[in-house]
Design a protein around this ligand. Structure first.
Ligand SMILES: [Zn+2]
Length: 328
């Protein structure tokens, strides 16, 4: 049977994506420690907790007018057999579109990004490709610490090990592997999930509840729509998300490095780990990434439910505004 032009385009798109993905056959990583097991149990519990959020509350809105084929999924293992071993999860739509790279666990003591990335990895996209690394720095994630506990302080922070200057090379195995992945995939966007300790809008020195990026005509409108979406759930001005768009992220961080080297539209997302419960922070990160993926063009409609938005709203209504003591 003769292929339609669309079918041929879809096949070419899939082949292109797959050639970039280079799926490895080494299988799933082994569970190596009790802490790792605990992290997985926590992730599964949170995934189950948010399961209703994956079902759209409005049945009419969830019924597509044309029946699109489901996205294809692939798993790749980075640094297999080492203490850095970690999964890369792919959701590939049949339709062409932007490639978005989402990372959690760059810092092991910022669990909302890890749990959110695990859930985002289950989202089927309507266009383009979603690439997710939920646990970017496995030793730090297992130790639930910011840095690799077995490395000197200067080397152990993964988000300081990416090329700060144009001719720099990444430092250490995990930064090198992730940098190679970025170089190979050439994502249009990077969304790096982090957590701060205080509310930036209330005057904290911390970057909690912010989006961090370098101001650009491409990023600004998307970041503005995203911040508007999450702030619609927040009642106190001091708890609202703000834009940090001057520095473009910390030196040696992936967001700054990818923008500098490849011109990637890169955004850091920060929730507040010190005061807000984990469920709330995970929910906020899901709403933020969902809003971004709609704006970027990967999702035709929201994949978070009205129930999640109501849950966030209720918590924010009951929350007290941050006090000066809480902000530092
Ligand atoms: Zn961080």
């Amino acid at each position: 049977m003769e292929k339609t032009q669309t079918q041929t385009q879809m096949q070419t798109h899939t082949q292109t994506v797959l050639s970039r993905v280079r799926v490895q056959s080494s299988g799933l990583p082994l569970v190596r420690s009790c802490l790792h097991t605990f992290a997985i149990v926590l992730a599964i519990s949170l995934a189950l907790f948010y399961q209703p959020t994956l079902i759209h509350a409005d049945p009419e809105a969830s019924a597509p007018t044309t029946q699109a084929a489901p996205a294809r999924q692939h798993t790749e293992v980075l640094l297999a057999g080492t203490r850095y071993e970690t999964q890369v999860l792919y959701q590939i739509a049949n339709d062409v579109g932007p490639t978005v790279f989402v990372l959690g666990g760059m810092h092991g003591d910022e669990p909302a990004g890890i749990a959110a990335a695990d859930i985002i990895a289950t989202w089927s996209v309507d266009h383009g490709t979603l690439v997710i690394v939920p646990r970017a720095h496995q030793p730090a994630v297992e130790a639930q610490r910011r840095r690799d506990p077995d490395k000197p302080k200067g080397d152990g922070d993964l988000n300081r090990n990416f090329p700060a200057q144009h001719n720099d090379t990444p430092l250490g195995e995990p930064a090198t592997a992730i940098w190679e992945l970025v170089t190979r995939l050439q994502p249009d966007w990077i969304i790096d999930l982090h957590e701060g300790y205080g509310y930036r809008a209330s005057g904290s020195k911390s970057v909690g509840n912010s989006l961090i990026y370098l101001s650009s005509p491409t990023i600004n409108p998307i970041a503005e729509a995203t911040v508007n979406a999450i702030n619609a759930t927040i009642h106190h001005d001091g708890r609202k998300f703000v834009h940090l768009r001057k520095s473009g992220g910390v030196k040696g961080g992936l967001v700054a490095a990818a923008r500098k080297r490849f011109g990637t539209n890169a955004v850091g997302v920060e929730t507040v780990s010190k005061f807000d419960p984990i469920e709330h922070r995970v929910g906020q990160q899901l709403v933020i990434v969902d809003a971004m993926l709609q704006q970027i063009g990967n999702l035709n409609r929201s994949v978070v439910s009205k129930a999640l938005l109501e849950k966030l709203n209720q918590f924010e209504q009951a929350a007290t505004p941050p006090t000066p003591v809480e902000t530092h």
